[in-house]
Design a protein around this ligand. Structure first.
Ligand SMILES: Nc1ncnc2c1ncn2[C@@H]1O[C@H](COP(=O)(O)OP(=O)(O)OP(=O)(O)O)[C@@H](O)[C@H]1O
Length: 352
Protein backbone atom coordinates (compact mmCIF):
# COMPACT_ATOMS: atom_id res chain seq x y z
CA UNK A 1 0.00 0.00 0.00
CA UNK A 2 1.39 3.38 -0.94
CA UNK A 3 1.83 6.31 1.40
CA UNK A 4 -1.34 7.96 2.61
CA UNK A 5 -1.70 11.70 2.29
CA UNK A 6 -3.26 13.05 5.44
CA UNK A 7 -4.66 16.55 5.21
CA UNK A 8 -5.67 18.59 8.17
CA UNK A 9 -9.26 19.57 7.47
CA UNK A 10 -9.05 22.85 9.38
CA UNK A 11 -5.99 23.76 7.34
CA UNK A 12 -7.82 22.81 4.16
CA UNK A 13 -10.80 24.84 5.24
CA UNK A 14 -8.61 27.85 5.83
CA UNK A 15 -7.42 27.70 2.25
CA UNK A 16 -10.92 27.58 0.81
CA UNK A 17 -11.86 30.79 2.55
CA UNK A 18 -13.04 32.47 5.67
CA UNK A 19 -16.74 32.72 6.42
CA UNK A 20 -16.33 34.80 9.57
CA UNK A 21 -13.31 36.84 10.57
CA UNK A 22 -13.06 38.96 13.70
CA UNK A 23 -10.06 41.22 14.16
CA UNK A 24 -9.56 42.75 17.61
CA UNK A 25 -13.28 43.15 18.08
CA UNK A 26 -14.65 44.89 21.14
CA UNK A 27 -18.27 45.56 22.01
CA UNK A 28 -19.67 47.93 24.57
CA UNK A 29 -23.41 48.36 24.85
CA UNK A 30 -24.55 51.94 25.15
CA UNK A 31 -25.97 52.88 28.51
CA UNK A 32 -28.79 55.38 27.93
CA UNK A 33 -28.52 56.58 31.51
CA UNK A 34 -24.96 57.67 30.80
CA UNK A 35 -25.60 59.49 27.57
CA UNK A 36 -24.86 56.40 25.49
CA UNK A 37 -21.50 55.61 27.07
CA UNK A 38 -21.19 51.96 27.97
CA UNK A 39 -20.09 50.93 31.42
CA UNK A 40 -17.94 47.97 30.47
CA UNK A 41 -16.88 46.00 27.48
CA UNK A 42 -19.07 42.99 26.78
CA UNK A 43 -16.65 41.58 24.21
CA UNK A 44 -12.92 42.26 24.35
CA UNK A 45 -10.25 42.00 21.74
CA UNK A 46 -11.58 39.00 19.86
CA UNK A 47 -9.58 37.80 16.86
CA UNK A 48 -10.43 34.58 15.07
CA UNK A 49 -11.38 33.14 11.73
CA UNK A 50 -14.05 30.54 11.02
CA UNK A 51 -13.42 28.78 7.73
CA UNK A 52 -16.20 28.07 5.28
CA UNK A 53 -17.90 24.84 6.07
CA UNK A 54 -16.71 24.67 9.67
CA UNK A 55 -18.82 23.67 12.66
CA UNK A 56 -18.10 25.62 15.83
CA UNK A 57 -19.48 25.27 19.33
CA UNK A 58 -19.52 28.52 21.27
CA UNK A 59 -19.56 28.01 24.99
CA UNK A 60 -18.94 29.87 28.24
CA UNK A 61 -20.77 30.91 31.38
CA UNK A 62 -23.93 32.97 31.43
CA UNK A 63 -23.14 36.58 30.57
CA UNK A 64 -19.85 35.68 28.85
CA UNK A 65 -20.99 37.33 25.64
CA UNK A 66 -22.07 34.41 23.46
CA UNK A 67 -25.33 35.96 22.27
CA UNK A 68 -23.56 39.26 21.63
CA UNK A 69 -20.94 37.48 19.54
CA UNK A 70 -23.62 35.70 17.49
CA UNK A 71 -25.44 38.99 16.94
CA UNK A 72 -22.27 40.50 15.55
CA UNK A 73 -21.91 37.49 13.23
CA UNK A 74 -25.51 37.95 12.15
CA UNK A 75 -24.70 41.58 11.32
CA UNK A 76 -27.46 42.67 13.68
CA UNK A 77 -25.15 45.22 15.24
CA UNK A 78 -21.70 46.59 14.71
CA UNK A 79 -18.74 46.35 17.05
CA UNK A 80 -17.50 49.25 19.12
CA UNK A 81 -13.99 48.59 17.89
CA UNK A 82 -12.19 46.24 15.55
CA UNK A 83 -13.39 44.62 12.35
CA UNK A 84 -16.11 42.06 11.72
CA UNK A 85 -16.00 40.36 8.34
CA UNK A 86 -18.75 37.97 7.33
CA UNK A 87 -19.22 36.36 3.91
CA UNK A 88 -16.15 38.19 2.73
CA UNK A 89 -17.58 41.62 3.49
CA UNK A 90 -15.87 43.83 6.08
CA UNK A 91 -18.63 45.51 8.06
CA UNK A 92 -16.65 48.72 8.42
CA UNK A 93 -16.78 49.20 4.65
CA UNK A 94 -20.28 47.86 4.03
CA UNK A 95 -22.96 50.36 3.21
CA UNK A 96 -26.09 50.13 5.22
CA UNK A 97 -27.94 49.28 2.02
CA UNK A 98 -25.67 46.23 1.57
CA UNK A 99 -26.61 44.70 4.89
CA UNK A 100 -30.02 43.21 4.05
CA UNK A 101 -28.52 41.29 1.14
CA UNK A 102 -25.76 39.91 3.33
CA UNK A 103 -28.18 39.04 6.10
CA UNK A 104 -30.31 37.05 3.70
CA UNK A 105 -27.45 34.55 3.51
CA UNK A 106 -27.34 34.16 7.27
CA UNK A 107 -29.79 31.96 9.14
CA UNK A 108 -30.26 32.78 12.80
CA UNK A 109 -32.03 31.12 15.70
CA UNK A 110 -32.09 33.13 18.89
CA UNK A 111 -33.56 32.45 22.29
CA UNK A 112 -36.57 34.60 21.54
CA UNK A 113 -38.16 32.90 18.58
CA UNK A 114 -39.61 35.93 16.84
CA UNK A 115 -42.37 34.07 15.10
CA UNK A 116 -45.07 36.19 13.58
CA UNK A 117 -48.06 35.52 15.81
CA UNK A 118 -50.68 35.86 13.09
CA UNK A 119 -49.06 33.31 10.79
CA UNK A 120 -49.36 29.55 11.09
CA UNK A 121 -46.30 27.37 11.63
CA UNK A 122 -46.32 26.61 7.92
CA UNK A 123 -46.54 30.26 6.93
CA UNK A 124 -43.83 31.29 9.39
CA UNK A 125 -41.46 28.77 7.82
CA UNK A 126 -42.57 29.70 4.30
CA UNK A 127 -42.14 33.42 4.89
CA UNK A 128 -38.47 33.79 3.98
CA UNK A 129 -38.99 31.76 0.81
CA UNK A 130 -41.97 33.89 -0.16
CA UNK A 131 -40.04 37.05 0.54
CA UNK A 132 -37.29 35.72 -1.70
CA UNK A 133 -39.82 35.31 -4.48
CA UNK A 134 -40.08 31.54 -4.58
CA UNK A 135 -43.12 30.27 -6.46
CA UNK A 136 -45.82 28.91 -4.20
CA UNK A 137 -45.93 25.53 -5.88
CA UNK A 138 -42.21 24.95 -5.39
CA UNK A 139 -41.95 26.20 -1.84
CA UNK A 140 -44.77 24.13 -0.35
CA UNK A 141 -42.96 20.77 -0.49
CA UNK A 142 -39.82 22.35 0.93
CA UNK A 143 -41.66 23.85 3.87
CA UNK A 144 -43.45 20.56 4.47
CA UNK A 145 -40.09 18.80 4.38
CA UNK A 146 -38.65 21.14 6.97
CA UNK A 147 -41.66 20.77 9.22
CA UNK A 148 -41.23 17.02 8.99
CA UNK A 149 -37.59 17.35 9.93
CA UNK A 150 -38.43 19.25 13.09
CA UNK A 151 -41.29 16.86 13.86
CA UNK A 152 -44.13 19.33 13.34
CA UNK A 153 -45.77 18.06 10.20
CA UNK A 154 -49.05 17.64 12.07
CA UNK A 155 -48.91 21.17 13.55
CA UNK A 156 -48.48 23.04 10.27
CA UNK A 157 -51.74 24.92 10.70
CA UNK A 158 -51.19 25.94 14.32
CA UNK A 159 -50.55 29.54 15.30
CA UNK A 160 -47.52 30.20 17.53
CA UNK A 161 -49.74 30.77 20.56
CA UNK A 162 -51.13 27.27 20.10
CA UNK A 163 -47.65 25.75 20.21
CA UNK A 164 -45.46 24.91 23.19
CA UNK A 165 -42.17 26.73 23.71
CA UNK A 166 -40.24 23.81 22.28
CA UNK A 167 -42.54 23.61 19.27
CA UNK A 168 -42.14 27.33 18.65
CA UNK A 169 -38.39 26.88 18.86
CA UNK A 170 -38.56 24.15 16.25
CA UNK A 171 -40.59 26.38 13.93
CA UNK A 172 -37.95 29.08 14.34
CA UNK A 173 -35.23 26.56 13.52
CA UNK A 174 -37.10 25.38 10.44
CA UNK A 175 -37.52 28.97 9.33
CA UNK A 176 -33.80 29.64 9.79
CA UNK A 177 -32.65 26.69 7.72
CA UNK A 178 -35.33 26.51 5.02
CA UNK A 179 -33.44 29.09 2.99
CA UNK A 180 -30.25 27.06 3.05
CA UNK A 181 -28.12 29.86 4.52
CA UNK A 182 -24.38 30.00 3.95
CA UNK A 183 -23.90 30.84 7.62
CA UNK A 184 -26.13 29.51 10.37
CA UNK A 185 -25.89 30.89 13.89
CA UNK A 186 -27.94 29.35 16.68
CA UNK A 187 -28.17 30.49 20.27
CA UNK A 188 -29.06 27.69 22.68
CA UNK A 189 -31.19 26.06 19.99
CA UNK A 190 -32.00 23.07 22.18
CA UNK A 191 -32.92 25.13 25.23
CA UNK A 192 -36.60 24.21 25.15
CA UNK A 193 -36.32 20.77 23.62
CA UNK A 194 -36.40 17.33 25.15
CA UNK A 195 -33.50 14.97 24.56
CA UNK A 196 -35.00 13.35 21.48
CA UNK A 197 -35.83 16.65 19.82
CA UNK A 198 -32.43 18.05 20.77
CA UNK A 199 -30.77 15.15 18.99
CA UNK A 200 -33.00 15.60 15.97
CA UNK A 201 -32.00 19.24 15.85
CA UNK A 202 -28.36 18.26 16.05
CA UNK A 203 -28.87 15.93 13.09
CA UNK A 204 -30.36 18.81 11.17
CA UNK A 205 -27.47 21.15 12.00
CA UNK A 206 -24.99 18.43 11.10
CA UNK A 207 -26.74 17.86 7.78
CA UNK A 208 -26.75 21.59 7.07
CA UNK A 209 -23.02 21.61 7.78
CA UNK A 210 -22.43 18.55 5.63
CA UNK A 211 -24.17 20.33 2.78
CA UNK A 212 -21.85 23.29 3.09
CA UNK A 213 -23.22 25.71 5.67
CA UNK A 214 -20.85 27.19 8.20
CA UNK A 215 -22.51 26.52 11.54
CA UNK A 216 -21.96 28.25 14.89
CA UNK A 217 -23.94 27.04 17.89
CA UNK A 218 -23.87 28.62 21.33
CA UNK A 219 -24.71 26.22 24.11
CA UNK A 220 -24.13 25.50 27.77
CA UNK A 221 -24.64 21.82 27.13
CA UNK A 222 -21.44 19.82 27.26
CA UNK A 223 -23.58 16.80 26.49
CA UNK A 224 -24.65 18.36 23.20
CA UNK A 225 -21.07 19.32 22.35
CA UNK A 226 -19.94 15.77 23.02
CA UNK A 227 -22.44 14.46 20.49
CA UNK A 228 -20.99 16.17 17.45
CA UNK A 229 -17.42 16.97 16.50
CA UNK A 230 -16.73 20.63 16.08
CA UNK A 231 -14.32 23.27 17.14
CA UNK A 232 -14.98 24.72 20.54
CA UNK A 233 -14.64 28.42 21.24
CA UNK A 234 -14.97 29.35 24.88
CA UNK A 235 -15.72 32.85 26.12
CA UNK A 236 -15.35 34.12 29.66
CA UNK A 237 -16.03 37.71 30.58
CA UNK A 238 -16.12 38.71 26.93
CA UNK A 239 -12.67 37.25 26.20
CA UNK A 240 -11.84 34.15 24.29
CA UNK A 241 -10.12 31.80 26.67
CA UNK A 242 -9.99 28.64 24.61
CA UNK A 243 -9.84 27.69 20.97
CA UNK A 244 -9.97 24.01 20.43
CA UNK A 245 -8.51 22.30 18.55
CA UNK A 246 -6.77 24.75 16.25
CA UNK A 247 -5.94 28.44 16.39
CA UNK A 248 -8.62 30.27 14.47
CA UNK A 249 -6.46 33.10 13.24
CA UNK A 250 -3.03 32.43 11.75
CA UNK A 251 -0.22 34.03 13.70
CA UNK A 252 0.75 36.27 10.76
CA UNK A 253 -2.77 37.61 10.64
CA UNK A 254 -2.83 38.41 14.32
CA UNK A 255 0.51 40.15 14.02
CA UNK A 256 -0.73 42.17 11.06
CA UNK A 257 -3.83 43.09 13.03
CA UNK A 258 -1.63 44.26 15.88
CA UNK A 259 0.14 46.61 13.51
CA UNK A 260 -2.97 47.90 11.75
CA UNK A 261 -4.79 50.95 13.10
CA UNK A 262 -8.14 50.11 14.59
CA UNK A 263 -11.34 51.69 13.39
CA UNK A 264 -12.40 53.91 16.25
CA UNK A 265 -15.83 53.31 17.69
CA UNK A 266 -18.44 55.14 15.68
CA UNK A 267 -16.28 55.43 12.58
CA UNK A 268 -18.05 52.81 10.54
CA UNK A 269 -19.16 54.21 7.23
CA UNK A 270 -22.80 53.35 6.96
CA UNK A 271 -25.17 55.43 5.00
CA UNK A 272 -27.90 57.31 6.80
CA UNK A 273 -28.17 58.04 10.41
CA UNK A 274 -25.01 56.94 12.07
CA UNK A 275 -25.89 54.39 14.68
CA UNK A 276 -24.55 54.53 18.14
CA UNK A 277 -21.90 52.09 19.20
CA UNK A 278 -23.62 48.82 19.76
CA UNK A 279 -26.24 49.86 17.23
CA UNK A 280 -28.82 47.20 16.77
CA UNK A 281 -30.96 46.84 13.70
CA UNK A 282 -33.09 43.87 14.39
CA UNK A 283 -36.56 42.50 14.63
CA UNK A 284 -38.45 44.29 17.39
CA UNK A 285 -39.69 42.34 20.35
CA UNK A 286 -43.27 43.21 19.53
CA UNK A 287 -44.17 41.80 16.17
CA UNK A 288 -47.86 41.91 16.60
CA UNK A 289 -48.56 44.12 13.66
CA UNK A 290 -48.45 43.49 9.99
CA UNK A 291 -46.50 44.82 7.09
CA UNK A 292 -43.76 46.67 8.90
CA UNK A 293 -42.86 43.52 10.78
CA UNK A 294 -42.80 41.55 7.57
CA UNK A 295 -40.44 44.07 6.06
CA UNK A 296 -38.10 43.88 9.02
CA UNK A 297 -38.37 40.15 9.12
CA UNK A 298 -37.46 39.97 5.48
CA UNK A 299 -34.05 41.34 6.38
CA UNK A 300 -33.73 39.18 9.41
CA UNK A 301 -34.68 35.81 8.09
CA UNK A 302 -34.97 35.71 4.35
CA UNK A 303 -32.35 34.29 2.09
CA UNK A 304 -31.86 34.13 -1.61
CA UNK A 305 -32.79 30.83 -3.16
CA UNK A 306 -31.35 31.21 -6.58
CA UNK A 307 -29.64 27.86 -6.95
CA UNK A 308 -31.28 24.61 -7.93
CA UNK A 309 -30.77 22.42 -4.91
CA UNK A 310 -31.04 18.70 -4.24
CA UNK A 311 -32.87 16.97 -1.42
CA UNK A 312 -31.54 16.05 1.99
CA UNK A 313 -29.54 12.93 1.53
CA UNK A 314 -31.79 9.93 1.96
CA UNK A 315 -28.92 7.88 3.36
CA UNK A 316 -28.11 10.45 6.02
CA UNK A 317 -27.70 8.33 9.13
CA UNK A 318 -25.24 9.86 11.56
CA UNK A 319 -24.70 7.62 14.49
CA UNK A 320 -25.68 9.59 17.53
CA UNK A 321 -26.99 6.66 19.44
CA UNK A 322 -30.60 7.53 18.85
CA UNK A 323 -32.93 4.56 18.79
CA UNK A 324 -34.32 4.25 15.29
CA UNK A 325 -37.90 4.26 16.51
CA UNK A 326 -37.36 7.68 18.10
CA UNK A 327 -36.53 9.29 14.84
CA UNK A 328 -38.95 9.81 12.06
CA UNK A 329 -37.23 8.61 8.91
CA UNK A 330 -35.73 11.29 6.76
CA UNK A 331 -37.96 12.17 3.88
CA UNK A 332 -37.63 9.86 0.89
CA UNK A 333 -35.89 11.21 -2.17
CA UNK A 334 -38.26 12.94 -4.48
CA UNK A 335 -37.77 13.76 -8.14
CA UNK A 336 -38.39 17.41 -7.60
CA UNK A 337 -36.59 20.61 -6.92
CA UNK A 338 -35.79 20.93 -3.24
CA UNK A 339 -34.10 23.37 -0.93
CA UNK A 340 -30.81 21.58 -0.58
CA UNK A 341 -27.69 22.00 -2.63
CA UNK A 342 -26.25 19.04 -4.44
CA UNK A 343 -22.72 19.88 -3.37
CA UNK A 344 -20.94 21.99 -0.85
CA UNK A 345 -21.03 25.54 -2.16
CA UNK A 346 -17.76 27.09 -3.21
CA UNK A 347 -15.82 23.96 -2.40
CA UNK A 348 -16.39 24.34 1.32
CA UNK A 349 -13.81 22.10 2.92
CA UNK A 350 -15.36 21.72 6.31
CA UNK A 351 -15.06 19.07 8.86
CA UNK A 352 -17.24 17.81 11.48
N1 LIG B 1 -28.79 45.04 24.80
C1 LIG B 1 -27.95 45.05 25.85
N2 LIG B 1 -27.71 46.19 26.52
C2 LIG B 1 -26.85 46.22 27.57
N3 LIG B 1 -26.17 45.16 28.02
C3 LIG B 1 -26.37 43.98 27.39
C4 LIG B 1 -27.27 43.86 26.28
N4 LIG B 1 -27.25 42.59 25.86
C5 LIG B 1 -26.41 41.93 26.66
N5 LIG B 1 -25.88 42.76 27.58
C6 LIG B 1 -24.89 42.40 28.60
O1 LIG B 1 -23.77 41.84 27.94
C7 LIG B 1 -23.25 40.76 28.67
C8 LIG B 1 -23.19 39.54 27.78
O2 LIG B 1 -24.53 39.15 27.44
P1 LIG B 1 -24.80 37.97 26.43
O3 LIG B 1 -26.28 37.81 26.36
O4 LIG B 1 -24.07 38.23 25.17
O5 LIG B 1 -24.13 36.74 27.21
P2 LIG B 1 -24.36 35.16 27.02
O6 LIG B 1 -23.03 34.53 27.17
O7 LIG B 1 -25.11 34.90 25.77
O8 LIG B 1 -25.27 34.83 28.28
P3 LIG B 1 -26.34 33.63 28.46
O9 LIG B 1 -25.56 32.35 28.40
O10 LIG B 1 -26.90 33.90 29.80
O11 LIG B 1 -27.36 33.77 27.36
C9 LIG B 1 -24.14 40.58 29.89
O12 LIG B 1 -23.52 41.21 30.99
C10 LIG B 1 -25.40 41.30 29.51
O13 LIG B 1 -26.03 41.84 30.64
Amino acid sequence: MGPTLVLSLPALSWHVGAMVRFTRVGLRYPDPTRGGAGERETLRDLSFTLPQGSFTWLTGPSGAGKTSLLRLMQLAMRPTRGEVEVLGAPLSRAKRSDLPKLRRRIGAVFQEFRLLPYLTAFDNVALPLRLAGRAEASLRPDVAEMLRWVGLEDRADALPQQLSGGEQQRVAIARAVVTRPALLVADEPTGNLDAVQARRLLLLLAEMNRLGATVVVATHSQELIAQHPGHVMRLEGGRMVALDPWPYAPVEELLAAEAAPLAPAGAIDLESPEPEAGWVEEVPEDETSGEASDEILSDAVSASVDEAPAPLSPDFTPDLGIPAEELAPPPPPRPRRSIWPSARPEAGGGHG
